[in-house]
Write a protein that binds this ligand. Structure first.
Ligand code: FES
Length: 518
């Protein structure tokens, strides 16, 4: 007999197709050691409410049919032990992005229909007469993609999937699995299927983060893009971003001399060639060139001055960090940019780098050749949160506002920085911080990653940024704050598209902190 531990309240969001209504049913479930969410649903059905509907089959993480949303996070009900969730109440909902048939039963036909397009089989002119045996090296490259159980979790978590044109992480990773099989001759044929929609991926990492089989679909999409770029099937919007960056070292194609326009009257040290600099403020192309984002760079520099940090900026010698280029599949361009920046960091004997952008932070910490440098890299929110704790930032003025915080994917999901931006916001007197239901690792992307900030062409109603603003509006907030210049650009654009400039403002955390200091 399993050991009883405690009673837990389980709420289930249920959809009734007859009435078209959604209701929440609440159940108390006696939880024992090792009890899974599926066990709990079966307990409810057998003992409390026989009318509850949900899907399951194998009960061991193989069939993929029991996927649901649990406290905002998609997961397999049979794979998740209740006590491992470490919570006292649980809300179970059907998977989002997918139509619901009844209660927790999702209609996965739209998800499966994507497979029809990708030709998930070997394409060979001579197959099967001259069949070549599977190459063990190939198998090593793609074996993880064969573990997919088609649970639709990645699809439900994917911000790009709100546009039905997008094939979705599973279909694309399956496509990639065939494209890297040396027996396959269908690369070009498959590229044609994805070339007009693969650019919708925002590289947010949700698919990889939530996959119960730990399949790195995000990586496979980047690699597919690399194959597409190599084959030359690149749309004009993407081509422009890549060529701008190659020619001017920034995606906007602006002259290098304009990189310091944001400084104006501020006291900021522009480093001379080879001047030694322990602390480097790496501004990023967004705050440097986008006029809306100049204020982010100015606020950051203002506060760095306030805490008396001895730092410098590179000016024209700062080149794009290359993160978006990497996600767009142009590894060669990324390496070209990175090699320059790495050399410049060495020339200045940089020891610490402070970034505005989570994208710069991400490549500096996690991508070669940057990651082999012995440099301490921090996002500005980490530096400012620490300065607040140490009393270096004080006398904050009141800002009376209801504020919600949007987690940038490259800061949160990819680098686990969730608390520092919230600590800064909570330190401002008068700020009432309220959370959107999709927050932290379950956050919904602004839609700007993976180069989409420059290539966005989707109609407004299918843009992740518009969906995110609508979510924030549901909380009646005055401000949606974030900590990434690209999120600021995307969300500001969405507010304008919805005509809501007088209802909600988009602010970077640095801007809010500076406002409370002046
Ligand atoms: Fe088959 Fe959960 S019931 S994966």
């Amino acid at each position: 007999m399993a050991e009883f531990v405690k009673n837990i309240e389980i709420k289930v969001k249920r959809y009734n197709p007859e009435s078209g209504k959604v209701l929440i049913s609440t159940y108390t479930v006696p939880v024992y050691k090792g009890m899974t969410l599926l066990d709990a649903l079966l307990y409810i059905k057998d003992n409390v409410d026989a009318s509850l509907n949900f899907r399951y089959s194998c009960r061991m993480g193989i069939c993929g049919s029991c996927s649901v949303l649990v406290n905002g996070k998609p997961m397999l009900a049979c794979y998740t032990q209740i006590l491992h969730l470490n919570v006292d109440s649980i809300l179970i909902e059907p998977l989002p992005n997918i139509p619901t048939i009844k209660d927790l039963v999702a209609d996965v036909s739209s998800f499966f229909s994507k497979y029809r397009y990708i030709k998930p089989y070997l394409i060979r002119s001579t197959y099967p007469q001259n069949e070549i045996l599977q190459n063990p090296e190939d198998q090593q490259k793609y074996w993880s993609y064969t573990l997919c159980i088609k649970c639709a979790i990645c699809y439900a978590a994917c911000p790009a999937s709100i546009d039905e044109k997008f094939l979705g992480p599973t279909a694309l990773s399956t496509m990639y699995r065939f494209n890297i099989d040396s027996r396959d001759e269908g690369v070009k044929e498959r590229i044609k299927i994805s070339e007009d929609n693969i650019w919708l991926c925002t590289a947010c990492y949700s698919c990889t983060l939530h996959c119960p089989k730990e399949i790195n679909s995000s990586h496979s999409v980047t690699e597919l893009r690399r194959i597409i770029v190599e084959e030359g099937f690149v749309p004009k919007t993407v081509r422009d971003v890549l060529s701008n960056t190659f020619l001017t070292y920034n995606p906007w194609g602006m002259p290098s001399e304009r990189r310091t326009d944001w400084i104006k009257d501020l006291n900021v040290k522009l480093l001379k060639p080879n001047e030694q600099c322990e602390n480097l403020y790496f501004v990023c192309c967004g705050p440097a060139y986008d006029t809306r984002c100049h204020e982010i760079a100015r606020s950051t520099a203002y506060i760095l001055n306030l805490i008396r940090l001895n730092y410098g900026v590179l000016g024209v010698n700062e080149w794009c960090c290359g993160d978006h280029m990497l996600r767009l599949g142009e590894r060669g361009l990324f390496e070209f940019l990175a090699e320059h920046n790495v050399q410049v960091f060495r020339d200045h004997s940089v020891k610490n780098i402070i970034t505005n952008s989570p994208h710069c932070l991400n490549v500096f910490k996690n991508e070669q050749p940057y990651s082999s440098l012995t440099v301490n890299v921090k996002h500005y929110t980490q530096v400012f949160a620490e300065a607040l704790k140490n009393g270096l930032i004080k006398s904050l003025r009141e800002i009376n506002a209801r504020v919600t915080y949007h987690d940038p994917c490259f800061l949160g999901k990819r680098n686990n920085i969730f608390e520092e931006p919230r600590e800064i916001l909570q330190s401002i007197p008068g700020v009432k911080l309220v959370e959107m239901s999709r927050n932290r690792e379950n956050s919904f992307c602004c839609g700007g990653g993976g180069g989409r900030v420059w290539t966005e062409e989707a109609p407004y109603e299918r843009r992740p940024s518009v969906e995110r603003i609508k979510e924030a509006l549901g909380l009646n907030v005055d401000i949606i704050a974030t900590a990434c210049p690209f999120c600021v650009i995307m969300l500001t654009d969405a507010v304008k598209a919805l005509g809501l400039e007088d209802k909600i403002r988009v602010k970077d955390v640095s801007e809010l902190l500076k406002s409370s200091l002046t």
